[in-house]
Structure formats: C-alpha cells, structure tokens
Design a protein around this ligand. Sequence first.
Ligand SMILES: Nc1ncnc2c1ncn2[C@@H]1O[C@H](COP(=O)(O)OP(=O)(O)OP(=O)(O)O)[C@@H](O)[C@H]1O
Length: 592
Amino acid sequence: MLKIKRAVSLVWDSAPGWTAAHVVVTTIQSTLPFALLYIIKLIVDDIALSLNLVDKTQIFSHILFLLIDAGIVMLLTHFLAVIAQICSETLSQRVTDYMQTILYKKAIEIDLEAYESPHYQDILERAKWEAPHRPKRMLDNLTSGGQGAVTLIAVLGLLISLHWGLVCVLIFAAMPTMVVRLRQSKVMYNWHRHQTEVERKANYLGHLLLGSQPAKEIRLFNLGNMLIERFARIRQQLFREKLAILHRQAIFQLIAQGCTGMVMLATYGFIVHQTIYGRFQLGDLVLYSQAFQRAQGAVQSLLASLSGLHENNLFLADVFEFLSLQPTTLAPAHPKLVPRPLQQGIVFRDVSFQYQNSTRKAIDGINLTIAPGEIVALVGENGSGKTTLAKLLCRLYEATAGTITLDGIELQHFSRTDFYSQVGALFQDFTCYQFTVADNIWMGNVEQPFTYERIERAARQSGAAATIQRLPQGYETLLGKWFKGGEELSGGQWQKIALARAFLRDAQLVVLDEPTSAMDAHAEEEVFMRFRELMRDRSALLITHRLATIKMADRIYVMHRGEIVESGTHDRLMALGGTYAHLFETQAKNYQ
Ligand SMILES: Nc1ncnc2c1ncn2[C@@H]1O[C@H](COP(=O)(O)OP(=O)(O)OP(=O)(O)O)[C@@H](O)[C@H]1O
C-alpha cells in the first residue's frame, strides 16, 4: 500500500497538472457509457409511451431532443478519448524524465566504491529498467481499476435484484484467474531479478559491439562474430527460460479460464432454465444476461488492474531499493572548514586500504607527508598502490585503517563539497567530454563564473593553448565525434585539456596521476618546467613512471606491493642505491 502511495506521489510530483487532468478525464470517460445507456432508456420509454398516443408530434420532438443528447454524449466520448490519449502520453513522458532525473541525482550521491560491486550494478540496472514506466503504469491500474469498480457497482444492483447468489458466483468464478495472475507476476518478477546479471552481460556485449571506444579493436582483432555469438548464446538462454515460464503460465491460465467458463455456463443455464419454466420473462433473460456479461467484463478489468497493481508493486520495489541506497560514509553532523591556507599540510599515518571483494590490501601501513608548497612524487612498479593512495588522498575512498589529516584534521570531518573544492586532480582514466574546449576546461570549476580569461590561463599552463589556437573555432570548438561538427583530438592533446581542467581549479591540493603519459617529450618538459611555479602555494602529489621528470620533486616515495620502501630526494635515493636508483638507471640506460 505504501508503495502505491509513493508511486502515485512520484507521478504527481512529476506533473501535478497533467496527473489531475488524466484522472479527471478518465473519470468522466467512465461515466459516459452510463449516461448514454440512460438516454437510450429514456428514448425506449418515450417510444413505448408513443404507441398509445394519437398526437405523436410532441413526443417525437422529445425523442429528437434525446437523440441529439445521445449524439453529444457520443461526440464527447470521442473527444475525451483523444484528450485522454494526449494526457496519458504527456504524463508518461513527464514521469519518465522525472524518474530519470531522480535516478541520476541518486547515482551521484552514492560512493564511488559502489561501482565496483556487481550487486550495486544489478540494483542500478533494475532501477534503470523499471523507473521510467512503473509509476505511471500503477496510476493507470488505479484509474482502470476505478472504472471497473464503478461499472461493477452499477450492474451489481441489477444482479442482486435477480438473485444475490449470482454476485457470489461472479466473484467465485473470478478467483482462479486472479490466483493464477498473482502467481504469474511473482514468478516473472523473481525470474527477472535473478537474471539481472545475465542481462547485464548481454548489454555489455551490446555495448562492445556498438560503442565507439571498442570499435577499433573489434575490427582489428576481428572480434565481431565471436562477440555476436556470445550475445546470441545469452539471449537464447534467456529466451528459453522465459518461454518455459510462459508455457507453464499458459497451462495454468487455461485451467483457470476453464473453471471460470464452466461457472459462467452454469449461470447462463440457470437463467435460461428460469426463463423456460416461466419464472423470468424473455425481456428479463436479455436484460440479466446482458447485465451478467457486463459485470463479468467489469470483474475481469478490475482483476487485471489488481494483478497489474500487484506486478507493478513488485517491480517498483527495485526502484525504491535503489532510491533508498545511502552513501556508506555519512556527512559529518558539524563539518569543519578546510583550512585556507594550509599550514602543516597533509599527513598519512599508518594508512591501509583494501578494495571491496579483494582479499589483500592494496596499500598497507603508509606514512607520508606533503607540506604546503611541496611537490611529492610517487613511483613504483605497476600495481604497487600509487593510484589507490592518490584516490584515498582525494577522498574517493575511505581508508580501512589509519588516518589522513589536513592540518591535523581528519578528512572525514570536512564536508565533501568543501574538501573537493580544494582538490584539483587528473587521473589516468580522465574523461573526454563531448563539449566545447572552453566547457571542457571550465568544468574544472563550475562554481566559478565562466570567464575566457581564466580558461585561457589554465590552457597556457597545461600547454593546451597552442593546440586550441589551431582548432577551427578556438575555444568554442566542439570536441569529439559524437556530435555534428566535433573535432577529434589526439590522446596527448586530450590530456593537455584535462590537465588544464585540473589547473583551473583554485585548489590547495593538486593530485596528478601520470599527467603527461600521452604527451610528447617536448610538451612534457614544458609542463614540468612550469610546474614548480604553478604549485608555488599548493601541495602536489605527482605519480609518474617517467623518472627523469620527477627529479625536481621535493620528496620522492617509492612504493612496492602497497608499501613505501624508500623515500627522500632524488639525490639521496640515488646515493642509497636501492629500488629507485635501480629503476632510474634502467630507464636512463634505455635512453643512451
Ligand atoms: N577498483 C579496484 N578494485 C579492486 N582492486 C583494485 C582496484 N583498483 C586497483 N586494485 C588493485 O590494487 C592494487 C594497486 O593498484 P593501483 O591502481 O593503486 O596501482 P598503481 O601503482 O597505480 O599501478 P599503475 O602503475 O599500473 O597505475 C593492484 O593490485 C590492483 O589490482
């Protein structure tokens, strides 16, 4: 019941005016057949009366007047049908848009960690399927159920006057179908829920086959047919399972309808029997069998609405399950303000972290400091935990043990918005927004007004300015190939734009994970030459495999299997002759 109320209020919130119009129009629609029936009854009464009259002029004009009324009701019925369709379609659209917005808002609230959980992906997927149409369907069930109930109440009076037992027969006859329908909804729902991951696998294959990003490899490695076969195999499996359920349901439905049919036949037999033995007139036979038929139709429509309500209720549970998700890390009740400017900087104390569903720690017992104005570099082999450490510093994940403090205050004590406003970051998997160049850079700090002056400065700092100048519409050039007129950039050029985005943020902490990996040696050198100047009052964490570029770092931490194994300046680490010196010499040798 609560879910029905919540679904209706979602529909109402999406478009109050259209919801009201939809309900009013369908209510009027449901009363019109009775109005027409009543007018026809008046016409029949007049005709019967006219048979005994000598002067039929007056009664004929009255019948004409009633006929015009009937015509008006018919016209109104057609007119309302058109209006009802417009209301229904508009409302469906509004509900879909509204529900999608709600889903997007909820999705951005959830912790990043959730995206690594298949369970979360399943919940999200089901909510995406069901949210756009289930609330509106529920409203439709309610209105059509209401219509069925009105018709039923109207004919029930007639049936009771015939025999009260007929009403019981009507309800009894409907029972088997009702039970079967409720069971079917439950079986189908459970099957859908159970199959979410398999459906996601099929969708993933579809994404590989249709997406622009995998398109190159699909062609080069001739993966198309293999992926299509995998897709077809999954769809076949889903199809077979669904068909088996539908077969079983068809058998149950046939049995239920057979039972209903037999009860109905017996009832008609009873009415005919009563007529033959003179207890009913021929007119009664017609009237009561009509009434019984209508009542049966109304019961069927009521049942369809009730089982629809039941089904939509089940599926809406998936939407509400998603909407009820909460971030695992709650916002502090009394958040502290991020110190501006930083005095002591950032301190990691015995920090460890283990990813969800992972059996080992990605980083273990990390101790590290970044003072204000200091550039700290992280180096180490693949998978040693550098990016994980950067993500913890950006508070994209919470440490499983230990503390990370900013001027002595643990990161959890800041509101995320305030903390994020002080972080400028560039990760390896940065996003290439299919927007204009200016938008791509401005998105580094949308809280600040859009000004070309700031955007151009950030572009100069990242080395993107020269590339942008050569674009047909400069900063107003649309990037990417998704939309008409878009210009595609090279990997290194995209990286410069993304770096400009990180620089645009007026942040005290800058985190750069392989910021120049796609740039040519000349561009990279330019970026790092400006880097010290740029980071003057900021704290920077820099991750790179290109050791030549980090000689200028104030301190270098060397990571190995989640731990810090060495730290110090370039010169000190070289003198130490350990992992760093070995890595550096290996790289240097390759350049000789
Ligand atoms: N989202 C994740 N879920 C589970 N494990 C992860 C996840 N991301 C990384 N890991 C694991 O954590 C460890 C550290 O990964 P991380 O990305 O921090 O390494 P890295 O030093 O940045 O590597 P690279 O130099 O290749 O970028 C690896 O063993 C990796 O398998």
